[in-house]
Design a protein around this ligand. Sequence first.
Ligand code: SER
Length: 317
Amino acid sequence: MQQETILITGASGQLGSVLSKRLQDKFGVNNVIATDLRDNPSFVGQFEILDATDFEALTTIVIKYNVTQIYHMAAILSANGEKNPLLTWDINMKTLFNVLEVSRIHTISKVFFPSSIAVFGANVNRDNTPQDSNLTPSTVYGMTKAAGENWANYYYEKYGLDIRSIRYPGVIGYQSLPGGGTTDYAVDIFHKAIKNEPFECFLSEKTTLPMIYMDDAIRATIEVMDAPSVNIKTRTSYNVAGVSFNPEEITNAIRTIYPDFKVTYKPDFRQGIADSWPKSIDDTNAKNDWNWKPNYNLEAMTEDMIENLKATYLEKI
Ligand code: SER
């Protein structure tokens, strides 16, 4: 079997940090090159500071380590992106183009590009949103992901680049914090509950969104990358579903463990973004093509999240 060397961008991010560890387990600690914009002194393994908008810097690392696969996790997310739309476009697209080009030139064998439920906007059926829905994103982040999906497909069709992608729902995990997304509330709410503090939610109680537990999100990533190439019939990006719920439902799930947990609602600009996104996702194609199946429902996720977060907070005391 060929020795794989994995490069990951955005390795200090919410998904990137957990994915880096999973990839280390799979490929060996020394065969994963974690990169991010800033140094990460607590990272255990190979780490390089990398601004992925810098093509030369990216190329240097690819050559230095003889990289064979790239997971491109760096991006500015939906809510933060709205604060500076043009910069968000530049950064998300430039980093993707750099990854695509370095992969084409240095014949990288596989690339992972994360897309998002943010590709959907007006003109879709918001319940069980189909894979092939019209894409009219409401955020610049969603625009970069919709455009990115088409570029991924283009590099596959034109250059044969084996690039694979999933449309992540909002990701919930105890291991890391999200940075600047519209679904961040669903992580923050757990931290408040554990600390016995009240939570003010920036979305209204009935705002249902597609979410996924970190464990499922990471497994989906590994599974889509492990599937035989012929099975990957969607080269834009796969709809992937985990669990859908609204703030009221997650509050009730948390209250089975913390009955006195207090939540108030104060929707802000993120409400408009959430209202343009699906409530649930049809992931039939992912199921059929690479056997996708989530393991965590709301109850299982809540239990696991609280158990692990409690342990994390106890360690810090
Ligand atoms: N969780 C992301 C966000 O809220 C969606 O991809 O921006």
